[in-house]
Design a protein around this ligand. Structure first.
Ligand code: ARG
Length: 489
């Protein structure tokens, strides 16, 4: 249909379809994202209208055949329209004639668009979940290879206590596991059907909302029709889960940038970049871009919250501008997740450099205090002895310095409490790590237990993901069968 034809379109009356604000009002280009979802929603609705005798079976069949044609021609071939819903309806009416207009019986674009967004977003959420699982697997594999690799651990970016690369990587795996859980939670509340709510106030037609929900793979129906058409909290929740995950990624990215600067990690060339004029440079650009993605995600969330804040019931066109925040955020964050997974899998952790830095800044001080406390000194007193030694020494104190401090604080020799060998061991970063075998700690045995549990959790989340996907696939098959029995000659 020509632009002019569309102006006098079958769906909008002249008064409402043109004018200088036409492009401003249109979401047709952005709606490409929900083109396939809209075709599916139209199909399920028409099958239900047929089953309920609301639309004649032969008309339903013609509409379904027209939808097949519209689908194969694609979004780019749609006639002009205010949005994808109107354009697809126009295309159907062009093919079927006036009876094509029966497709829009007992619904409104308000419940239609809400259904389409949920239908599409749930797929994107599952892809985001998949990306977090792949990242967790990369972190676990890298950790498994670095259980014995001692490295410095930091607080306030100051050397604090020795730990291992595995323990460090598992700290992020644990955080990403919660990100997965938040995304799956958001999925469950997204996967509810608004269809049949119509504009907001329901419909006098005897619709079967459970049936359309089932045909579209939704887990249930949103109970209240006004809520169903208006609600966009599923967007907030999804984008919030993504922004939280992006914040997790940004912390990991920042660490890797710092570690790369110290020579503690070597990124593969695939995840590095060089300078256009300084040929010696290998820069961690990918991780810097990941770090910045958290800014995009946070702005997506704040854009959504600001747009949705204070909107009156029921439908307002503001909602049209809320949706793109979700698409942009889910794309940016899922891509960043995959990049981090690749960077982690291909990175090298130079053990010698890490181990020799692990004792920097008297990082074993706490271990020496722990050894004194284990020998019966109150921890606070032990802390005082070691603090005095730290003050006397430049770096890690030797045994004589520690003994002098004990003399100062306790008026007794250090070796009345602990053997020389025990102190010597406590000063050794490798022994220091081995000694901290409390649950969740960095000792290789404690890390082995964390690896086991984390691996089992990833497997369980993989099963959940496969179940969700399987439910969507079998719904899509059921819908395809219902369409097919009606359109075959
Ligand atoms: N393009 C619109 C959106 O994204 C579809 C719904 C239009 N409904 C309306 N009452 N104007 O929200």
């Amino acid at each position: 249909m020509s632009e002019e034809g569309a102006d006098e379109g079958v769906v909008r009356r002249d008064r409402f379809s043109g004018g200088p604000a036409r492009a401003f009002m249109s979401s047709l280009a952005a709606d490409e994202r929900i083109f396939a979802a809209d075709v599916a929603v139209d199909r399920a609705h028409v099958v239900m209208l047929d089953e309920r005798g609301i639309v004649e079976s032969d008309v339903a069949a013609e509409i379904l055949a027209a939808l097949d044609a519209v689908e194969s021609e694609g979004h780019a071939a749609l006639p002009a329209g205010e949005d994808v819903h109107e354009a697809i309806e126009t295309a159907v009416v062009e093919r079927v004639g006036p009876d094509g207009g029966k497709m829009h019986t007992a619904r409104s674009r308000n419940d239609e668009v809400a259904t389409c967004i949920r239908h599409r977003l749930r797929e994107d959420l599952l892809s985001a979940v998949e990306a977090t699982l792949a990242l967790r697997e990369s972190l676990l594999a890298a950790a498994e290879a670095e259980v014995e690799t001692v490295m410095p651990g930091y607080t306030h970016l100051q050397p604090a206590q020795p730990t291992t690369v595995a323990h460090y990587l598992l700290s992020y795996e644990a955080a990403v596991a919660r990100d997965t859980a938040r995304l799956l939670d958001a999925y469950d509340r997204t996967n509810q059907s608004p269809l049949g709510a119509a504009a907001f106030a329901g419909t006098p037609f005897d619709v079967d909302r459970e049936r359309t929900a089932e045909l579209l793979g939704f887990d249930g129906v949103l109970r209240n029709s006004m809520d169903a058409s208006s609600a966009r909290d599923f967007l907030i929740e999804s984008v919030s889960a993504l922004a939280t995950h992006a914040t997790t990624l940004s912390g990991l990215a920042e660490d890797v940038v710092i570690f790369a600067n110290k020579g503690f990690v070597e990124l593969s060339d695939d995840y590095s970049s060089t300078s256009s004029i300084m040929p010696q440079k290998v820069n961690p650009d990918t991780l810097e871009l990941v770090r910045a993605t958290a800014g995009d995600a946070a702005s997506g969330l704040s854009g959504l919250l600001t747009t949705l804040k204070g909107l009156p019931r029921a439908y307002n066109r503001d909602l049209q501008r809320a949706t793109p925040h979700a698409w942009e955020t889910v794309d940016a964050v899922s891509e960043a997740t995959a990049v981090v997974a690749g960077a982690v899998s291909s990175a090298d952790w130079p053990a010698e450099t890490l181990e020799s830095a692990a004792g920097d800044g008297f990082s074993t001080a706490t271990g020496v205090a722990d050894a004194l406390a284990m020998a019966g000194l109150p921890f606070r007193t032990a802390h005082e002895v070691v603090a005095a030694a730290a003050e006397r020494a430049d770096g890690t104190p030797d045994l004589a310095t520690l003994d002098a401090s004990a003399d100062e604080v306790l008026d007794a020799s250090l070796f009345e409490y602990v053997s020389r060998a025990d102190v010597q061991r406590a000063l050794d970063p490798v022994h220091s790590v081995e000694s901290r075998d409390s649950p969740g700690g960095p000792a290789p045995a404690a890390v082995a237990a964390q690896l086991d549990e984390a691996g089992a959790d990833v497997d369980a989340d993989r099963t959940t993901l496969a179940d969700r996907r399987e439910a969507l696939d079998s719904a899509a098959e059921r819908l395809a069968t219902e369409v097919e029995v009606r359109t075959r000659d």
